[in-house]
Design a protein around this ligand. Structure first.
Ligand SMILES: *[C@@H]1O[C@H](CO)[C@@H](O)[C@H](O)[C@H]1NC(C)=O
Ligand SMILES: *[C@@H]1O[C@H](CO)[C@@H](O)[C@H](O)[C@H]1NC(C)=O
Ligand SMILES: *[C@@H]1O[C@H](CO)[C@@H](O)[C@H](O)[C@H]1NC(C)=O
Ligand SMILES: *[C@@H]1O[C@H](CO)[C@@H](O)[C@H](O)[C@H]1NC(C)=O
Length: 395
């Protein structure tokens, strides 16, 4: 076997072991309520790992031995089993020649040695780090300590151990359970549809900010108490009217900065996850407004929000999701799809960890991703200099 094919085989078998483990791991959490005693027992063995490195992302020494001698060996056995299955699969697919066993032996030995080393490190490997607040996960593909910590906060989600493949398939790269949401545009078509989705997923509450009573373009002071303890701000308001720039850009920025500022001054330190902001953009960010005055106003307002949006997308202090829907049925205009469809598609992407969320039947939102990523230059100060509010995030 050439060194290259040996290396490729090792990688393939390691990947198989890890994805098989992710699947088994998901089941181990499900099996806590299984009617079969053996499966409940497996689930119980794995629980020691979560009792040791627990939901508050601290190590509880009481469970050190159970983690080292029960949970970690169980994980290693599952990974080696996965590699064996991957090897058998390869042998069946490439049946015209015999596949050597040496890479399989090497991967199994590697996993064995890795587990022994981790046991000697008291289970504190590169994926298990204590955090006050879990930092932003910069990788879309590979699993690091930031991603794995979220699994310990939400044990039925974020199953990936090496790559996020399993979570993409099952939509487990996101959890909103017990989170508190504050939303603008909550009485609009998209706002109502997204609220329905969130309630079905066990969100703690959805508070709607009403324009005119909770906020105006000049006064955001009434939002202060609403932002206390909130985890996610969803900006689903929007207009094509004369105040389009104020509503879709300037006030959106002011609301975000007020929200982030309140996160700093009102929120107890114990919060494990970063605050989140979702903004409902539009495909008009990429297509022309065809000389229609109302559309030009709308387009200009949506586009001038982009540099700020792009800066939040990069910011390590907030998880920002830019939702880009094609037209859907609403007071803003007719279309071939319903707001429920748009909300379902948005949640489909978000469950797979997406921070740019295309909700489209035209395909424009996909090409807009390249523009958003490569063309728009991040600028936190855009649009809000006059209000002097941008210090809230920079501070
Ligand atoms: C996690 O472990 C730490 C350290 O032992 C302990 O203080 C804390 O109460 C535990 N948290 C949970 C949620 O069990
Ligand atoms: C804030 O709330 C008070 C009391 O409900 C109301 O009188 C006032 O008009 C509100 N202000 C704004 C700017 O919405
Ligand atoms: C994030 O917050 C830290 C400290 O609060 C600050 O130093 C940093 O500049 C902020 N980063 C961004 C991108 O806003
Ligand atoms: C929005 O903010 C920009 C930049 O601060 C400002 O020039 C513009 O006048 C504001 N737009 C409106 C409609 O207030």
């Amino acid at each position: 076997m050439s060194p290259l094919s040996f290396a490729v085989s090792i990688f393939y078998l390691y990947l198989c072991g890890s994805v098989f483990f992710d699947t088994a791991h998901w089941f181990m959490h499900k099996w806590a309520k299984s009617p079969w005693r053996f499966l409940r027992w497996l689930s119980y063995c794995h629980q020691f790992h979560h009792l040791y490195y627990n939901r508050s992302l601290n190590f509880n020494k009481k469970y050190l031995w159970q983690n080292s001698l029960i949970a970690l060996p169980l994980e290693a056995v599952a990974k080696i089993l996965g590699s064996i299955l991957g090897w058998l699969l390869a042998q069946n697919l490439v049946s015209y020649e015999d596949i050597e066993a040496s890479p399989l032996i090497a991967v199994s030995a590697l996993e064995f040695v890795r587990t022994v080393v981790v046991i000697f490190m008291d289970g504190r490997d590169s994926n298990h780090i204590t955090y006050e607040t879990v930092p932003k996960d910069k990788s879309w593909l590979f699993v690091g300590p930031e991603y794995h910590a979220l699994h310990h906060v939400h044990p039925d989600r974020y199953m990936g151990s090496m790559v996020k493949l399993f979570d993409w398939i099952t939509g487990t790269a996101f959890s909103i359970r017990n989170k508190r949401v504050v939303m603008t545009g909550g009485t609009g078509a998209f706002g109502r549809a997204i609220e329905k989705q969130l309630l079905a997923e066990g969100v703690k509450d959805v508070q709607k900010l009403r324009f005119g009573t909770d906020w105006t373009h000049e006064d955001f002071s009434n939002t202060t108490s609403r932002f206390a303890g909130a985890d996610i701000l969803i900006l689903a308001h929007g207009t094509k009217g004369m105040d389009a720039m104020d509503a879709n850009c300037n006030s959106s920025i002011a609301l975000i900065e007020h929200f982030l500022h309140q996160q700093k001054v009102q929120t107890p330190q114990s919060r494990k996850t970063l605050p989140e902001i979702w903004y409902v953009g539009s495909e008009i960010e990429i297509h022309p407004a065809w000389g229609i005055e109302e559309m030009q106003r709308y387009s200009a307002s949506k586009r001038s929000f982009l540099p700020y949006a792009r800066a939040l997308y990069d910011s390590s202090n907030v998880t920002y999701r830019h939702i880009v829907p094609a037209a859907f049925q609403s007071r803003m205009g007719g279309a071939i799809v319903s707001p429920d469809w748009a909300a379902r598609v948005a949640m489909w992407w978000i469950h797979r960890g997406a921070c740019y969320v295309p909700v489209t039947y035209t395909g424009l939102a996909y090409s807009n991703f390249l523009k958003f990523l490569l063309w728009v230059s991040p600028d936190l100060s855009s649009g809000s200099e006059s209000r002097g509010l941008n210090r809230a995030i920079a501070e």
